[in-house]
Design a protein. Structure first.
Length: 287
């Protein structure tokens, strides 16, 4: 990357964006295949990456719709990109863009508060194990998150065996995807054992397949059957496919208000730290 002061006009000439750097970047698709992009502009005020279609291909370029929201972009017959058609834009959900030889100034200045935020707002005791001698941070997000606690009485009966009742929650989407392209995670907490399972999801719609996977494995390993699922009433759990899965498997599905693990007996304690971290991350991401 090398410094530039290119001006880009958007919409009308009054709206000028400034590019600060120009250089080469790598676009990596969901199969891990890479292509090199030349003349990539770094525009600090843009909050998403834009690709110029005519610059992407030499010979052939095609877009085909796989279903209502998923499209596949084929570049010169040997590079494919999966895209969602959100907001009438083609959004590359599982691809990533990396600047090559990027100036160290963009990414390397990470402070204690950055680490505290990135690690899910842990207590100072945990952070000081990673960074001995670090100062205790006054984090605004932690304060907001802790203020939101409301007193709750558990109203669900206590359980006596594993898989009798599990609490589920999906957290995300996160602005930054994981290396494998996941934007969400599903937490499953056994009310009896407090055992936590975390599964990473690329799309919200993956919830049902992950829950089925969990059910098969957990039932096989424990010789018990899953009886009650407790989740919030969000669309990820409150849909026809999930309802059919529960009724076909004889599972009772309880809905609790979102992010109130206190409604959930034993899982309350197990879930508390995950939800607290998640709540911090959601406040931080302005979700
Ligand atoms: Zn914090």
């Amino acid at each position: 990357m090398s410094p530039t002061n290119l001006k880009i006009s958007t919409g009308n000439d009054q709206n000028i964006l400034e590019a600060k750097d120009i250089g080469t970047a790598q676009l990596i698709n969901d199969q891990g295949k890479k292509i090199l992009l030349q003349y990539v502009l770094f525009v600090p005020k843009l909050n998403r990456n834009l690709l110029s279609l005519p610059r992407l291909f030499k010979h052939t370029f095609s877009i085909s719709m796989k279903n209502d929201y998923l499209a596949v972009v084929d570049i010169d017959g040997d590079f494919k990109l999966s895209a969602h058609t959100d907001n009438n834009l083609l959004e590359l959900k599982n691809s990533s863009l990396f600047a090559i030889n990027s100036g160290a100034s963009y990414f390397s200045c990470v402070s204690e508060i950055d680490w505290h935020s990135r690690l899910g707002h842990p207590h100072h005791n945990y952070l000081s194990k990673i960074f001995p001698g670090s100062k205790e941070i006054e984090c605004e997000i932690c304060m907001i998150s802790k203020m939101k606690h409301q007193p709750f009485e558990s109203h669900l009966k206590t359980v006596s065996s594993v898989l009798e009742s599990v609490h589920m929650d999906v957290v995300g989407p996160f602005a930054t995807q994981s290396i494998s392209g996941a934007s969400y995670f599903l937490t499953i907490i056994g009310e009896f054992s407090g055992f936590k399972t975390i599964m990473f999801l690329k799309n919200k719609s993956d919830v049902i397949s992950k829950v089925k996977l969990f059910k098969t494995e957990a039932e096989k390993q424990t010789q018990k059957s899953l009886k009650v699922i407790i989740s919030d009433g969000g669309g990820k759990f409150n849909n026809q496919e999930f309802t059919e899965f529960c009724s076909d498997s004889g599972i009772i599905h309880h809905f609790s208000p979102p992010y109130t693990p206190q409604n959930n007996g034993m899982a309350e304690r197990a879930n508390k730290s995950i939800i607290e971290n998640a709540r911090c991350l959601m406040i931080q991401s302005k979700l």
